[in-house]
Write a protein that binds this ligand. Structure first.
Ligand code: MGD
Ligand code: MGD
Ligand code: MO
Length: 752
């Protein structure tokens, strides 16, 4: 019997211990210093050794036989067998194809956006690897922003003059400050420990639940404004808002504050611009509709008295308004973000400890933690000579409409004509909306290359698939923003099958394509790790932070760096609030922009010059609701990260199809019983799910988490419960062009 070894590793869902026997992971256990460990790692052993691992380089049969120019063969993507080849042959074929495309069509015909979460680990970060490789190859069409926060990334700089991600990492009240000062915590979309289980690159201390226990002890009033009660830890008040209507709710609150004369005029004058342009809209002078609580109630489903009372307590207590990312992953998703800022400005507590506005607490772990930010530990990606890029969620539009113009945040851009797609570290057939439309778009390129550990829906739809290792099969360094820990992530088992690290795959392709040394800089993986670590040591010394030698890190597996302390708690926009003249915000006015001349100048009807209630095309008040009377929200799954580890979960008896949460009244009306199979459908598609009847969801709303592996039958009906067969593939607006996943109407019936 081989030796049993236990070591610690880091992952997007936190640190955990892994026990191996020979070449197998046999079990995992909790990292003892994590106050509230995630149970996601329990699926790791089964997933790593799953039969759906890609074991050898594979090429789609008719692509191999007829080459990339046979149009009819492209329709067979996802429907055809692959031929397994030895590594050297597959590398040569892919290198020749990349060369053919870049010579014949130019690098602007290669799409390498390759969006996705991949795995934790700094050097083997799949996206950094593919981007560096494609830059060395002459560039690629890239993608900007993210599925997570595209609308926020567009609107927040106009309003606060700062990048959205910087706002979240540096301009938020931290948990200790909230615990000490906040009296009323108003959470649009909740603050969900289910979501803060994960963070990009890792999160070692899971703290959302422990902080909420403190908040409860301190008597902080917690109000969860969300279609699901479970979006905050137990014990909060719950206002079951209709999805997509938060802007109307916030306008109702603002109207009460204004009509009572409670708005903080001196704050609005000193720190903001544009309240005077917003006011005529609020009171109805500009459109004939005062945004009264009665008006708001008719839209958002929360009664007018509740809105009035909430407004009163918001101005009378130290109030922090928080907004989940989910609100902006919807049509007109820019509006609730802007309106929440407008409301907080009227209350006048932005910049005060425990007051004002915060975005994305609970969306991922690490937000709200007072930790010193350290740089370095990133693989240099080089320069991309190709300047064309797309907003990330517009991929199907790009593939279907080459040469067409589109608007994006004041710019007019043109979709490039893509001949080759390279994906490494993401799963578009998990993450994109309206998957049958993506299937069509996916038939356009001549060649699709994917590096993947598993036969995901995306890998199955590629022409060339390279088997990639998982983070348990290679040495790496683990570190993340918002976390004080630093890990050596040891190779725990040898590569499964013939898998290779992405770095090895790109080194081999680079070598064949004639720029091997440019890509590798003559460093082995181990040399790269040491090189990146040396840079980190230098940078940390600069910041007067002691970090161990690389040898000592390897020996100890991990270290908790001395970078966590209340002294790193930031006061949001402190310089600006101390002296707005001397330290203006980086907006055109130097102030918080309640009205933006810049945005008004774009003349977008879907994003006017101030926060506005714009009914989405799909919500419970839309005409479409006659035919499809239920609003589908598709949140992130609690038991895993997106589509990762799904293969292991799907093997557990009774776990699939994915459960969909449905209100008892809606279930009864449709003769649906708890645990029975249902069909969820609309004009875009259908999937099968398992009914979970619960009072914890608003009436006429159903919640089906993402992450099921897209498995359509011959009629296109997905058998596993993937919500993206139902969601619509439209931008949030011309400003943000983000994903509108949460704006979706459906009907449900028993599946007989
Ligand atoms: N309906 C709906 N859809 C959504 C959302 C929603 O709220 N509703 N949310 C959206 C959001 S915010 C996001 S971020 C996306 C997430 O979408 P993705 O990030 O695309 O989802 P993942 O399943 O994490 O995909 C990562 C892939 O990388 C692979 N991988 C892991 N490690 C490695 C590696 O080392 N090398 C290589 N080559 N591959 C690796 C994994 O096996 C997996 O297939 O989904 C979006 N889609
Ligand atoms: N366990 C786990 N955690 C994750 C992820 C994962 O896959 N698994 N993914 C990570 C990623 S990539 C991201 S981007 C974040 C996403 O973080 P979020 O975007 O905040 O999370 P979601 O789960 O999409 O949505 C949270 C809740 O918002 C509510 N909601 C939906 N629409 C509306 C609305 O219109 N109004 C209001 N008030 N509420 C609404 C839903 O009830 C939903 O449960 O999560 C991260 N955390
Ligand atoms: Mo995300």
């Amino acid at each position: 019997m081989s030796e049993t070894v236990t070591k610690t590793t880091s992952s997007h869902w936190g640190a955990f211990n892994v026990t191996t026997q020979g070449d197998r992971i046999v079990s995992v256990s909790e990292f003892s210093l994590d106050p509230n460990p995630s149970s996601i790692p329990r699926h790791v052993p089964a997933a790593v050794h799953h039969s759906s691992r890609v074991s050898r380089p594979s090429i789609r049969k008719s692509w191999l036989e007829h080459g990339p120019l046979d149009e009819s063969s492209r329709k067979l993507r996802g429907k055809e067998k692959f031929v397994e080849l030895p590594w050297d042959e597959a590398i040569e074929i892919a290198a020749n194809e990349l060369d053919r495309v870049r010579i014949k069509h130019g690098n602007q015909s290669i799409y390498g956006g390759s969006y996705g979460w991949a795995s934790a680990g700094r050097f083997h970060h799949a996206l950094s690897q593919v981007h560096r490789f494609l830059n060395c190859a002459g560039g690629y069409v890239s993608s900007v922003a993210s599925y997570s926060t595209a609308a926020a990334q567009a609107i927040i700089p106009h309003v606060f003059g700062v990048h959205f991600l910087k706002f979240m990492w540096s301009e938020l009240n931290t948990w200790p400050v909230i615990a000490e000062h906040t009296q009323t915590l108003i959470m649009f979309g909740g603050i969900n420990p289910k979501n803060s289980q994960v963070s990009m690159g890792g999160i070692t201390h899971h703290e959302t639940n422990p902080w909420f226990e403190k908040f409860a002890k301190r008597g902080i009033r917690r109000v969860n404004i969300s279609p699901q009660r479970t979006d905050t830890p137990d014990g909060a008040e719950w206002l079951a808002v209709r999805p997509g209507t938060d802007t109307a709710f916030m306008l109702g609150l603002a109207w009460v504050i204004q009509s009572e004369g409670w708005e903080d005029r001196s704050f609005l004058e000193k720190y903001c611009t544009g309240y005077d342009q917003f006011l005529p809209y609020l009171v109805g002078d500009s459109d004939g509709q005062p945004k009264t609580p009665v008006w708001a109630a008719g839209i958002c489903g929360i009664d007018a008295d509740t809105i009035r009372q909430l407004a009163a307590s918001m101005v009378k207590t130290r109030t922090l308004i928080t907004v989940a990312w989910s609100l902006q992953r919807a049509e007109h998703g820019e509006q609730p973000y802007w309106m929440a800022a407008t409301l907080a400005a009227m209350i006048g507590q932005i910049g005060l400890p425990g007051g004002g506005i915060g975005y994305g607490y609970g969306a991922i772990g690490g937000i709200g933690i007072s930790v010193k930010r350290l740089g370095a530990l990133t693989l240099p990606q080089g320069e991309n000579p190709v300047k064309a890029s797309i907003p990330v969620a517009r991929i199907a539009d790009m593939l279907l409409q080459p040469g067409e113009q589109f608007d994006f945040n004041g710019q007019k851009l043109t979709y490039p004509d893509i001949k080759l797609v390279y994906w490494c570290g993401g799963n578009p057939f998990h993450h994109h909306q309206n998957l049958s439309r993506l299937e069509l778009a996916w038939q356009q390129p001549e060649t699709i290359i994917v590096n993947e550990p598993w036969w995901t829906a995306t890998a199955c739809r590629a022409d060339i698939v390279f088997p990639a290792t998982t983070s348990y099969e290679r040495n790496d360094i683990g570190r993340a923003q918002g976390d004080s820990y630093l890990f050596h992530m040891p190779a725990l088992i040898p590569a499964v099958g013939e898998a290779k690290d992405d770095y090895m795959i790109f080194s081999a392709l680079s070598e064949k394509m004639g720029f091997g040394e440019v890509f590798t800089e003559n460093r082995s993986s181990e040399e790269w790790l040491r090189h990146l670590y040396d840079e980190f040591v230098t940078e940390s010394k600069h910041e007067k932070i002691d970090v161990p030698s690389f040898e000592s890190l390897i020996e100890n597996n991990w270290v908790d760096l001395p970078i966590r302390s209340a002294e790193y708690s930031t006061r949001p926009f402190s310089a600006f609030f101390d002296d707005p003249k001397k330290s203006p915000l980086n907006t055109p006015s130097g102030k918080i922009e309640i009205f933006s001349e810049t945005i008004a100048g774009f003349s977008y009807s879907d994003c006017p010059g101030h926060a506005t209630w714009l009914p989405p095309s799909e919500w419970l008040g839309a005409d479409q609701a006659q035919k499809f009377p239920l609003h589908l929200v598709s949140p992130q799954p609690g038991d895993k990260l997106h589509s990762q580890l799904e293969c292991a979960i799907a093997d557990i008896p009774g776990e699939r199809p994915t459960p969909v949460v449905i209100h008892p009244k809606n279930a009864k009306d449709r003769r649906i019983t708890d645990g029975s199979l249902v069909r969820i459908y609309n004009d875009r598609g259908a999937c099968i799910a398992k009914a979970r009847i619960s009072e914890d969801i608003a009436r006429n709303v159903i919640a089906l988490p993402t992450g099921a592996w897209f498995t359509p039958d011959k009629n296109g009906v997905d058998s596993q419960g993937n919500p993206n067969v139902l969601t619509q593939d439209i931008g949030t607006s011309r400003l943000g062009q983000g994903s509108s996943a949460h704006s979706c109407l459906v009907e449900v019936k028993p599946e007989l």
